[in-house]
Design a protein around this ligand. Structure first.
Ligand SMILES: C=C(O[C@@H]1C=C(C(=O)O)C=C[C@H]1O)C(=O)O
Length: 360
């Protein structure tokens, strides 16, 4: 990965606003609609978004106004000075976006899943100085997300970034697309210079929850937010449930707390250092205990080998998981955490015993 070729300089488009906010309707509907929303947006917003071509899950829905909408957006830019952001999904979209001086082009989650499609767009944009943002793929696959970004980098597109819009699930959950925060955290770890935007509208699918997810994104030091905004959300031609009004967006931006990367005061540094020493000490003890537990599991593995007993013991595993769930929740630890922790421990334990039992 050519890490050094990613830069955040293009973030200056947001004129120092923190958080950087891209806002506007899910879809451009009419010239009046885009202009009204653009004019009503709070002054903190410097980039106007609107979908021109809409990839719908099933045919028959509103598929976007198409090319004509680009002229309406140009009018918005002329009148308000807002920069423009749209989604592109094909080389043709890219060509039209470039011709109409769109400043930020984003690649949607349904496109990111297809490396051929991302490559086609990267080729069409090769060497551009426009900003290109890539949404995460709909499925929780970090490599696919990174692979798309790498295709943009390889096409010598300098001004790039990622958008976290959450991941599809078959089950109904609290949100429309589950955030799986660990995936963008891993992306940040692997591509530290990559600017990342949160898309609370698509994660939540519900305007009442946009604030909480936007705040969570800022708590993780995201560089910006994309928030769908419409003057009459209930009547919107697409994504009616998740769009906020310009007034609601103003309230959200005012309420959001931007976290500092760190704090230089002696008081903070002293306190955090003291805590971290304790955590380091406990981590060493945890590892020591885990190693001791694995040694006992190895001994059980040897015993099973001698007596020809199966490695996986369903009843015992069920008992441990239940017991630890109960003890854990009494201690204020979440059930999910206990389940994930013990599943990992059990997997390793099984893996080691398997090796022992099959040793030549
Ligand atoms: C350690 C054992 O083997 C396996 C590993 C377990 C564990 O690590 O706790 C529990 C049950 C078995 O699936 C055992 O049989 O007790």
């Amino acid at each position: 990965m050519e890490k050094s070729s990613v830069n955040k300089n293009w973030m200056s488009l947001f004129k120092g606003q923190n958080p950087a906010v891209i806002a506007g309707p899910c879809s451009a509907e009419t010239p009046e609609q885009v202009m009204q929303i653009a004019k009503d947006l709070p002054a903190e917003v410097k980039v106007f978004r609107a979908g021109i071509w809409k990839p719908r899950t099933r045919p028959g829905g509103f598929e976007g106004v198409g090319e004509i909408g680009l002229k309406w957006l140009q009018e918005v830019k002329r009148e308000t000075g807002l920069l423009l952001a749209i989604e592109v999904a094909t080389a043709k979209h890219v060509q039209l976006a470039l011709e109409h001086n769109i400043d930020i082009l984003w690649i949607g989650a349904r496109t990111t899943v297809n490396p051929f499609a991302v490559q086609e767009i990267a080729d069409a944009l090769a060497g551009t100085d426009r900003v290109v943002l890539l949404k995460n793929p709909v499925n929780p696959d970090l490599s696919l997300w990174m692979g798309g970004l790498e295709r943009l980098i390889k096409a010598n597109i300098k001004n790039i970034g990622a958008i976290h819009r959450g991941f599809s699930t078959y089950e109904k959950t609290k949100y429309r697309n589950i955030p799986e925060w660990q995936i963008p955290i891993d992306l940040k770890t692997q591509m530290p210079d990559m600017p990342i935007f949160g898309d609370p509208s698509h994660i939540t699918g519900n305007r009442d929850k946009v604030f909480e997810v936007a705040q969570q994104a800022l708590d993780l030091s995201y560089d910006g937010l994309m928030i769908e905004t419409h003057c009459n959300p209930e009547k919107a031609w697409s994504d009616a449930a998740q769009q906020v009004t310009p007034q609601q967006l103003t309230d959200i931006i005012q309420k959001l707390k931007v976290r500092n990367v760190t704090d230089d005061t002696a008081d903070f540094l002293q306190q955090i250092q003291a805590y971290r020493i304790r955590i380091d000490d406990m981590d060493s003890k945890l590892l020591d205990l885990l190693e001791k537990r694995m040694s006992i599991s190895d001994a059980i593995g040897n015993l099973k080998r001698e007596k020809n007993v199966a490695v996986f013991q369903q009843e015992r595993w069920k008992y441990i998981l239940e017991k630890m769930r109960k003890e854990g929740t009494c201690l204020g630890l979440s059930e999910e955490f206990i389940a994930a922790l013990y599943t990992t421990i059990h997997q390793e334990s099984i893996y080691r015993q398997n090796k022992i039992i099959n040793k030549k």
